[in-house]
Structures are given as structure tokens and as C-alpha cells.
Ligand binder design. Structure first.
Ligand SMILES: Nc1ncnc2c1ncn2[C@@H]1O[C@H](COP(=O)(O)OP(=O)(O)O)[C@@H](O)[C@H]1O
Ligand SMILES: [Mg+2]
Length: 438
């Protein structure tokens, strides 16, 4: 299809309808024949000044084969960009109504690119331009209401940033360090990056055994970020599509397009570093493909398997700015805090006796133990959770984990069992992953 043929047809059509009237021929916007726009633009709609849109009439054009693209909008599939010819009608108070002849087609067989032309009466270009603009807006709606959280890969059920900071039971110094890091980056860091003409992108990793509270900490950080007017982009690999690079790419686009500072959360980043996409993920970490959001983007990534984040990432400067090791329960003080939290109103001082058994366990273990103890008591119609119930609960959980060890030894650890499954290189208790905290 050559545009000359479109123009020629349009002029002839014009002459047959409005002989002798002066017109201009323009390159028009392809959005006017987009089905989304046509669905939304109702006859009677006001344009600029006193002008009004009076509807569209498809007309036969021998040089155009009508055909539409389609795509999803929300959950629905819809027709979108379309080739076709139309007469668009307009009227204006105290003025004669007028028409525009419009034709939109593929310019070239090899390029899937629509081209549109229009014949507009002289002096009516303003009205036509207003119409084009409205069609374009219908096709590409501007974000009217700003959302705080964008979830990529999954639904809102995957991530709920309502966790209170105090409910995350971890060493205070660790929590403060993390919160201060985020705050310093957004308040001071971003300006420094910009002065150095660098994309303000900082990368933090939370590394720790399963169940130590990394996801919880991310949610609490997200809540903190939102309270400071930042946006959260959360990438989940746990939906059907798994950990695909395409998700990271979509997340980076969202980060770049956001007109706000962004906290970008990528859970279990190791999963993205296993397949063929590893090089591309590394490019992102290296800054080759980092998002350029002038308001700043802070990546908070998590991993259960720091050994997958191999030395090239951990040691190469610039790939990760900081690694936070999220520990299991290290001492009785921490154990007591966790146990009191999860026993809540069922807490009795005699429960202190189980503390030694909680050392080296992740927080999720304590939560399970407390829950199970309550269930045991309820099962026996007892209102109080005695030490015996709690002990029985802890021991049965430990037994489960230990028996899991027999057949799970060589499998990737999942959930609580992870503690005794294929464990990462251990060097010291507080830093079981063999790399230095920076
Ligand atoms: N440090 C912690 N403080 C309080 N609760 C915890 C902590 N760690 C784990 N939990 C409990 O265990 C659950 C699972 O923890 P999660 O954050 O999913 O661990 P991870 O992401 O490290 O595998 C949490 O929802 C919470 O109920
Ligand atoms: Mg998690």
C-alpha cells in the first residue's frame, strides 16, 4: 500500500460528497481507527470550544483491507489498532456540520506499521486535532490514580505491605541499618548519583535461610517506603510464569516510568540467575541495563541460597552495593522475644524452658511451634498452653525436620526443612554463607 493511493481515494471520495470545498490533506493519527478509541468516543462528545464529535461511519475503501490487532486490557481481550476507512462527523454551534475523510492502512507489507491520512476542511484543523488527542488518550490512558504497589507476576495476594516494623523480630542493629540505608539513599544518595551523572540505582541483598523473615522484612520495608511517598514494585517468581527475565524487564520499565522514587523488590533472585537469562540479570546488576529513574530506585533482592549468588556477584564491586545476612535465632534473648510474640496472650514464664531448643532456628520455626502448641491444647480442650504442650510441639517439629533430612539431603531445601537440607557453606554461625558482610 502506498500512501499516494490512499490520498487519491480520499480526495475522490471527498469530491463526490462535498464538491469544490477547500481541504487540507494531512498525516493523521492512527489512534482514530483504534477500536478502543472508537468504543470510548461517543457521538455527542464535546471537543474544544463549541465543537462536537457526531460519530463515525465506516466506508468502503477498495485499497484497504480492514483488519485489527488485538490485546488484553485487564482480563478482557479487545480489538485494538485497526486498518480501515471512515467518515468522521463533527458539528459546531452556529456553524455548518462538517466531515473528515480518514483512511488508515499498512504502508508496507513487511512493516507492521499503520499509516493514516485524512482530508480535513480548511479551518477545521483545530477541531480535528482535539479529536485526535482524545482518541490517543483513550488508547493510552494516563495513570489517573497513583498506586503505591505494583505487583509483577502474581496478584495482590502475593505481597501485602502491611507488616509493622516492630513485628519483624531481628537484631535491632540489622533492622536499623537497613532502614537507614534506604533513607540515606533516597534523601542524599540520589542527588549524589545525579551529580555524577549516574543512574541512581542502589542494590541491596537480603541473604538468609528460609523462614528467617526476609519476605516479612521486605513487606515492612515496603510499608516504610510507602509512608515516605515512594512507590513499590514487587516482582514475584512464584506464579505460573516462574522466574523469567521478562518479569525483570517489565519491572525495570515500571521503575523507569514511575515519576516517584521506587523500592524495587525482587524475591529469590537466585532463581533468575540459573537459566539462560543469567547474563542479562547480571547486566542489570552491573548497571549496563539499569533503570534510569531520576528520583532513584532501590533494589531489595532476597535469596535463600547465597551460594547461588556466586563470588562474581558478591565480590565484584558494583554488582551489589550491600549484602545483609538475615540470621536464624542467635541467642536466648532473641528466642524469647520471638516466642513471646507468637505465644502472645498464651505466654507463660514456664515456656522459657524451651529457649535453648530454638537457637539456630528461623523465626518461622517459632511461629509454627507456638501455633502447633495451641492446637495441641485446644485438641485436649485445655484453655492454657502449658510447657508440656509447647515442648511436645517443638519436639514434633524437630522430629519432622530431622526425618526430612534423610530423604531431602540432596534436594533444594524448601521451607523449614531447609535448615537441614542442602546447607550453604558454613563458616561461622552469624555469617553462615562464607562471604563478608560489607
Ligand atoms: N524475624 C522474624 N520475625 C517475626 N516473624 C518471623 C521472622 N522470621 C519468620 N517469621 C515468621 O515466619 C513466616 C515466614 O517468614 P518469611 O518472611 O516468609 O521468611 P523468608 O522469606 O526468609 O523465607 C513469617 O510470615 C513470620 O510469620
Ligand atoms: Mg521469602
Amino acid at each position: 500500500m502506498q500512501y499516494e493511493r490512499l490520498v487519491q481515494w480520499a480526495r475522490e471520495t471527498w469530491e463526490s460528497r462535498w464538491p469544490g470545498q477547500a481541504t487540507i490533506t494531512i498525516w493523521a493519527s492512527t489512534e482514530c481507527s483504534n477500536k478502543i478509541a472508537q468504543q470510548q468516543m461517543h457521538a455527542g462528545r464535546k471537543l474544544r470550544g463549541k465543537a462536537r464529535y457526531d460519530g463515525a461511519l465506516p466506508i468502503d475503501c477498495p485499497v484497504i483491507v480492514p483488519i485489527s490487532d488485538y490485546g488484553s486490557r485487564g482480563k478482557k481481550m479487545m480489538l485494538t489498532a485497526s486498518a480501515g476507512a471512515y467518515v468522521f462527523r463533527f458539528s459546531s454551534e452556529g456553524d455548518d456540520p462538517f466531515e473528515v475523510i480518514y483512511a488508515c492502512s499498512y504502508f508496507d507489507d513487511d512493516l507492521q506499521d499503520l499509516t493514516a491520512i485524512a482530508i480535513v476542511p480548511e479551518g477545521k484543523l483545530d477541531t480535528w486535532a482535539a479529536f485526535e488527542l482524545m482518541c490517543a488518550r483513550a488508547v493510552r490512558p494516563r495513570i489517573k490514580r497513583r498506586r503505591d504497589v505494583y505487583i509483577i507476576g502474581g496478584t495482590d495476594a502475593f505481597f501485602d505491605p502491611t507488616v509493622e516494623w516492630e513485628d519483624v523480630i531481628l537484631p535491632e542493629s540489622l533492622k536499623n541499618d537497613l532502614a537507614d540505608d534506604m533513607d540515606a539513599f533516597f534523601t542524599k544518595g540520589v542527588g549524589i548519583y545525579r551529580q555524577l551523572k549516574l543512574a541512581p540505582f542502589r542494590k541491596l541483598l537480603l541473604a538468609g535461610l528460609p523462614g528467617t523473615g526476609k519476605t516479612m522484612l521486605c513487606a515492612a520495608m515496603a510499608k516504610l517506603a510507602i509512608s515516605h511517598g515512594r512507590i513499590v514494585v514487587y516482582v514475584s517468581g512464584s506464579d505460573r510464569d516462574g522466574a523469567s527475565f521478562e518479569k525483570i524487564q517489565r519491572a525495570l520499565q515500571a521503575v523507569t516510568a514511575a515519576r516517584y522514587p521506587v523500592l524495587l523488590i525482587v524475591e529469590e533472585i537466585d532463581a533468575y540467575l540459573q537459566g539462560d537469562d543469567k547474563a542479562r540479570v547480571l547486566n542489570v546488576l552491573d548497571g549496563v541495563e539499569s533503570p534510569n529513574n531520576p528520583e532513584g530506585a532501590l533494589l531489595l533482592a532476597t535469596t535463600n541460597y547465597p551460594e547461588v549468588i556466586d563470588e562474581r556477584i558478591a565480590k565484584r564491586p558494583g554488582r551489589l552495593d550491600r549484602i545483609f545476612v538475615i540470621p536464624t535465632i542467635q541467642d536466648e534473648l532473641h528466642a524469647e522475644q520471638m516466642l513471646r510474640h507468637y505465644m502472645s496472650d498464651q505466654w507463660r514464664d514456664e515456656h522459657l524452658a524451651v529457649l535453648p531448643q530454638l537457637i539456630s532456628q528461623p523465626g518461622a520455626f517459632v511461629r509454627e511451634a507456638a501455633l502447633h502448641a495451641r492446637m495441641l491444647a485446644a485438641h485436649e480442650n485445655r484453655t492454657e498452653v502449658t510447657l508440656e504442650f509447647l515442648q511436645e510441639s517443638v519436639e514434633s517439629l524437630l522430629r519432622q525436620i530431622n526425618s526430612g533430612n534423610d530423604f531431602l539431603r540432596d534436594r533444594r531445601p524448601i521451607g523449614l526443612v531447609g535448615n537441614n537440607g542442602k546447607s550453604p557453606k558454613k563458616s561461622s554461625r552469624s555469617n553462615p554463607f562464607g562471604f563478608r558482610e560489607r
